[in-house]
Design a protein around this ligand. Structure first.
Ligand code: ATP
Ligand code: MG
Length: 257
């Protein structure tokens, strides 16, 4: 299971990470990480708490600056680009902890996402009824499995439905790469298959990185799995091979330091 060296092969590359490093003082949260995500790839990232997974997402999106290394998005050197430019390049993410407004309806939440992504000055132009934005919001609700909840307030949704809504928001504006940070966290056993189906139904051309502690979801929805530990990218490979590897067993039963 050799690690990718950050170089492109014949398939198109969506995201290329070379020597990506993030320090907080003397602590190295992400340590010289190389990873190449090909177009349409479904990559799951496993790793114990504090492994550096969310920090890696924050580096890819530009929420945190790199300490060292480089990030290419869709072939464009993006290491110092501000977050909004990376979003324009087709990058989206969801957050480990839900960031939604409980007092908005599902429709208004999706409308905000759609208008925000398509319109440079969203707050300056009142929305016309049944605009193209409404159509796009309806389409996102359909993908997220929330068509019947359009007029429900977000605060009245179940936890699983909120996570579906976050995925719907992340899909606004036809993204190229989406980063999902533990979308299954806190879901009930009954809600997990719904999320799995949603992840499996995403457009084939979309490149996805999924941080996930739920091995079943990671196995079912990815075609390549990476393992992070102490900020390092320890290994990558076929889902079954990686999930049943000694390294993963050691990490999850706590023997590896
Ligand atoms: N802003 C910050 N300042 C200082 N240390 C930080 C900061 N953000 C993250 N860290 C540290 O970096 C390490 C990696 O954190 P990160 O959140 O990336 O882990 P994770 O793999 O996402 O873990 P989890 O599975 O619990 O979400 C942790 O030790 C964390 O305390
Ligand atoms: Mg995290």
């Amino acid at each position: 299971m050799p690690l990718t060296d950050g170089s492109a092969s014949n398939q198109r590359v969506a995201l290329n990470l070379k020597g990506v490093t993030r320090r907080f003082g003397s602590f190295v949260a992400v340590d010289n990480l190389n990873m190449t995500i090909k177009t349409g790839e479904r990559r799951a990232i496993l790793g114990s708490n504090g492994a550096g997974k969310t920090t890696l997402f924050n580096l890819i999106t530009g929420d945190f600056p790199l300490s060292e290394g480089s990030i290419e998005i869709e072939g464009v050197e993006s290491s110092t680009l501000p977050t909004h430019k990376r979003i324009q390049a087709g990058l989206r993410r969801t957050y480990q902890h839900a960031l939604l407004f409980d007092s908005l309806s599902v429709r208004d939440t999706l409308l905000l996402a759609v208008v925000g992504i398509h319109n440079k000055w969203p707050l300056f132009y009142p929305l016309k009824k049944n605009s193209k934005y409404h159509e796009k919001a309806e389409a996102l609700a359909k993908v997220a499995g929330l068509s019947s909840k359009m007029d429900v307030l977000v605060g009245a949704l179940s936890h699983g439905q909120k996570r579906q809504l976050e995925i719907g928001i992340a899909l606004s504006g036809d993204p190229k790469i989406v980063l999902f940070d533990e979308p299954a966290a806190g879901l009930s056993p009954a809600e997990r298959p719904v999320l799995t189906e949603l992840l499996l139904s995403l457009p084939k051309k979309l490149s996805v990185i999924l941080i996930e502690h739920d091995m079943d979801i990671a196995l079912e929805t990815s075609n390549i799995v990476s393992v992070m530990h102490n900020g390092k990218h320890l290994l990558e490979g076929e889902p079954e091979e990686v999930v049943h590897s000694d390294i993963v067993r050691e990490i999850y039963v706590g023997k590896r330091q």
